[in-house]
Design a binder for this molecule. Sequence first.
Ligand code: 5AD
Ligand code: SF4
Length: 457
Amino acid sequence: MSVQTSQNTPKRLFIKTYGCQMNVYDSERMRDVLRPLGYQPVDTAENADLVVLNTCHIREKATEKVYSELGQIKKMKEAAGGKMTVAVAGCVAQAEGAEIMRRQPAVDLVLGPQAYHKLPEMVARASRAVGERLETEFETLEKFDALPKAREADGPSAFLSVQEGCDKFCTFCVVPYTRGAELSRPVDAIVAEARSLASQGVREITLLGQNVNAWHGAPPEIEGGNEWSLGQLARHLSKIGGIERIRYTTSHPRDMDDDLIAAHGDTPELMPFLHLPVQSGSNRILKAMNRDHTAESYLDSLRRIREARPDIALASDFIVGFPGESDQDFEDTMNLVREVGYAIAYSFKYSPRPGTPAADMFGHVPEEVKDERLQRLQALLREQQGEFNASKIGETIPVLVTGKGRNPGQMHGRSPWMQAIHFDAPDHLIGQIVDVKVVGATLNSLTGEYATAVEAA
Ligand code: 5AD
Ligand code: SF4
């Protein structure tokens, strides 16, 4: 990983340590976890961007001493025009909890002992609350942070951005630090853009967001009623003339609500393809990842989605070799994959992102073990992908014709299940949904015969 050198505005971090050796150690760890977020230690609280008091409870009047110190810091914060984040850590924080913030409103964060690894998350949340984003040591075009951008329609299929940001703080992931908090675009703006895309010939829209199924919004006035979820938005967009297919990506299992699941059953325009990353099949690892779902709750969501839309094709992301992942944890992942049967999936070896809690965890898995696990997982996923594609052979399916293929007379298109398909057909069909008979399948695509041509023969 190349480290960004544009740390031209390092943030000043002042940590004051009270008490025991344990606190001295914790303060060092706090400096370590904050360094990748651009924080450089300084030796005075004055003009610091972040002040941490790492407190101790042992001596008498310790608490009062902390409050009197906070009184001084409050003045400095005021002098800095409020541009200072104040955190209280350690035993006094544990004993007093939120009471500290009530008694001294200049305090932004309170974290107990052993919570130093939560500091990046808390600092990110606090700086986002005042509209800032953290500059991190990651490349700006970080692979895991990249989403296709909404763009002008240049064919019958287009992306439409509906949501941004992430509040999930999975412990391996950098996105919550580099992007803002979860934010939903209003219904009116989305509908206007969808209409404009439809008028440019777009037939398929993919609703885009870092956590797209966390989207929610106030319904248009004439529709009234409760707040909409993504399911209701999809139903609404499906009524726009010309919009024949709706997709969305990427989703979090936690936000797969009943209404969105129901929409898969009652809205034929909602395509039978769902990218719902699970990351791991082991509950122990899911917990360490801060995923907020278990293997069982994930499988239960899939069961309900399949009930609503039996032909749904499922996709996922996986991370192998997360810190602490044992052979058994990995086997749990393999078993989950066998149970689900994916149409396609993306899998990665865990790689530490400085500043994220997992980078700091114990039990990093040796590279060769990660390699071996990744190979086994990918072999299984490839097998499932091949089987899924082959299962369509012999079926006549509705294909959105997306453009000309490589060979003369050849066109390419997309199946309802996101498969690429090649077939011979006239150019004027671009932008239409036509019936194509699937006659062949490889790992990555299908081949077909345009059905009218088949009938004419
Ligand atoms: N290491 C490996 N894979 C990661 N991903 C995100 N962060 C990491 C990391 N530190 C993967 C997740 C996510 C996908 C976009 O990238 O699987 O779903
Ligand atoms: Fe990253 Fe996705 Fe987790 Fe958000 S939900 S922290 S984007 S992996």
